[in-house]
Design a binder for this molecule. Structure first.
Ligand code: AMP
Ligand code: ZN
Length: 114
């Protein structure tokens, strides 16, 4: 995807602070953190939003949650707790058209959000 910000970050064409990478996913620090820990996890494959998920491409989402749990343990916030957020579409607050998951931790996160 030529004009996709997160595809460019995955490709290294736009700099990011890498937190985790494997053959399927890439995780990096959010540029405008909303919590002491705010990591964005994306599939390397371009999927525009959760609206585009099907049984053919959704396997990577389970992997993303496993990666989040791994990061939580490694960074030491697993026990305190954390949150994953996926914004989908305009009303969902999505601003980047490449599916991504916000991993938030390091403070007591309010509920309900937004
Ligand atoms: P969303 O509003 O759910 O689409 O989330 C997009 C997120 O990407 C926001 O939290 C932004 O702060 C973050 N973001 C935008 N550009 C960059 C960038 N160049 N590097 C890291 N995070 C970014
Ligand atoms: Zn993309």
């Amino acid at each position: 995807m030529e004009d996709c910000l997160f595809c460019k970050i995955v490709a290294g064409d736009i700099p990011s602070t890498k937190v985790y990478e494997d053959d399927k996913v890439y995780a990096f620090n959010d540029i405008e953190p909303q919590a002491p820990i705010h990591i964005i996890i994306v599939p390397k494959m371009h999927i525009s939003s959760s609206n585009e998920l099907t049984d053919d491409n959704a396997e990577v989402i389970g992997h993303i949650f496993a990666v989040a749990a791994k990061i939580a343990k490694e960074k030491g916030f697993a026990e305190k707790g954390w949150r994953i957020v996926n914004n989908c579409g305009e009303d969902g607050g999505q601003t980047v058209g490449h599916i991504h998951f916000h991993l938030l931790a390091g403070r007591n996160l309010g509920w309900p959000p937004g």
